[in-house]
Ligand binder design. Sequence first.
Ligand code: SF4
Length: 212
Amino acid sequence: MADPKELYYEKRAKIMIRNLENRHFEACYCATKEEALAKALELIGEGSSVGWGGTLTCTQLGLMDALHAVNYNCLDRDLCKTVEEKEKLQRDIFFADWFITGANGLSLDGQMVNIDGTGNRVAPIVYGPRNILVVAGMNKVEDTLEAAINRARTIAAPMNKQRFPNQTPCEITGTCADCKSEGCICNQILVTRHCRPAGRIKFILIGEDLGM
Ligand code: SF4
């Protein structure tokens, strides 16, 4: 018998895809991250210029490594040598062919939640490249938008904050204290509820637990 979690994710993905398509997103489901990697490379197309924000899910897929290894024009902030270079690249990303991102929370009715510190990740989603690729494990899908926002604020953000030594409450305790610290990473909370123009934002949902 198939793994119960696999069956569960597959069934929820069918509902999710239908609801995403009703909101004019494009969406597909891949059972594994290996399938998802192949699908992402197929969608992006060799030779494209590609930028991304911080996304553990895509790192877990090996997507960035694969893009670097083949003939893609990668706008990779990790290769920038100065702050000025990084700032310029983050603006150049708006004109790339593709922007790749994860999601901090998804609701089963087809909405996406992302939280950001500086806005370099949510801004391109709103009005950046003509193609946005969202790669997300089915562990990100909650039953309601309220639960998806709650997930982003109480799970994804405190977990993500463990990577940055800025002394916010969640970094110390592991729980959100709704802080106003200088190093707060919860400054922009974006809900993407509909896709215009149609098809600009494409989802690859994956039947595995990925990201934060
Ligand atoms: S404590 Fe601050 S930085 Fe941490 S999750 Fe809450 S609002 Fe975000």
